[in-house]
Design a protein around this ligand. Sequence first.
Ligand code: PLP
Length: 413
Amino acid sequence: MMEAQLNGLEVDKIRSDFPIFGRLINGKPLAYLDNSATSQKPAQVIEAMSSYYREHNSNVHRGVHRLSIEATLAYEEAHKKTAHFINASSMEEIVFTKNTTESINLLAYSLMGLLKKGDEIVVTQMEHHSNLVPWQQAARKTGARLKFIEIGSNGELKREGIESAITKNTKIVSAIHVSNVLGTVNDVRHIGQIAHENGALFAIDAAQSVPHMPVDVGKLGCDFLAFSGHKMLGPTGIGVLFGKKDTLGSMEPFLYGGDMIREVSFEESRWNDLPWKFEAGTPNIAEAVGLGAAIDYLRGIGMDNIESYGKSLVRYAYEKLSSAGNIEIYGPPPEKRSSLISFNIKGMHAHDLAELLNAEGIAIRGGHHCSMPLMHLLGITGSARASFYLYNTREEIDRLCEAIGKAKAVFKV
Ligand SMILES: Cc1ncc(COP(=O)(O)O)c(C=O)c1O
C-alpha cells in the first residue's frame, strides 16, 4: 500500500481495518461523514492500546522496575513518532496535552506574561472557539487588544487584511490552518512571515490539517502548532502542542505538580527538561501509544495520498451538491479547500437534515461547529457539514445526495 494511489480497492482494504464499519445504523450501513468532529479508529490503534494495558501498563518516568521502563519507552517513542511526523527537530518540541483546545489554552496562559496594555493578539475571523476564547481571555486579563484578519466573500482570508491586522504592536498571531466550517486552506506560511517580520510569535491551529495533509513545521515556519489525536485515527484524550525548543524553554509552565519538576524544596521548585516541564502529573500513556499507532497507520498510506484522495472526494461532493439545486454551499471552490463541505438546504434547518440523514445511516453534523462568530458573519445560525476521510467512498457521497433529495421531498423545498 506504501506509495500507491488510494483507489476503490484499497479503500475497501482500509475500511476492513475499521471495526465500526461492521455496524448498521437504523438497519443501513454506516456512512460516517463527521470526520471533522472526530475520526474512526482502525483495529491497529485499538490493539496497540489494548496490548499496552494487557502487557506493559505502569506509570512513566517514576520506576526502575521493568514495566515502568517499558511504559516510559513506549510513551517517549510516541513523542518521537509525533516529532518525526510533523518534522519537528526532536521530541523536546512535542508536548502532549489532552487535545487542541488544551494545547492552545496552555499557550495562551503561558504567553500571558509577554502581554501588556497596548499589545495586540491577532487571530482570523474563521477561528474555532478553541483558538478564539483562550485569546479573548488573555487579552481581557492583560489589557492587550484582540484583532482579526478578515474573510473575503470567497471564504478566504483577505491578503491585505493580513498585512493591515499585524503591526509592530502585535505580540502573538494565532491562525487556523484549515477552516472546520469553510474548508479553506489558509496560506499560514505567509501569515507566519508577516508575523515574524513584525516580531510576533506565530501559532497554528492545525486540528483540521495535520490529519489530512503533509504538515512540516519547518516549512510552515511556525513557532507553535496544535492538533488532536482523535481527528487523525488516534484515541480521544491525547493532543499535541509543538513548540520551538528555545521558545518552549523560555516559557512558564501551565500546570504545576509531579513529573514537571527537577527539584523541589519547601520553598521553591526547578522545572524539568522539555517536554516534561509542560506535562504535569500522570499523562495519558495508553492514548499516546494509540496516537503513535495512528501515525504509523497514516504514514503507511502516505499523507500525500490521503490529501489527494480527500480532495477528490470533496470535488465529487461539491459538484454533486452544487448541481442538486436549492443548496447553499459555504467557502471556496473545491480546489482551494480541504476534505469537508458545509451547506444549507434553503427552507430546512441543518438539525432536521442531520436527523433525516441519520435515519438513512448517514452521520453528518448540523450546528455552529464551535464557530459562532463565523456563523454570524455568514448570516446563518448553523449549517450541515459533511467531512471526509481516507475510508469514505464516492458511493457514500451518492447516498448522501440521494438522502438529501428525500429530505427535500419531505420538507417540500
Ligand atoms: C479547527 C479546529 N480547532 C480546534 C478544534 C478543537 O479540537 P478538540 O476538541 O480536539 O480540542 C477543532 C475541533 O473540531 C477544530 O476543528
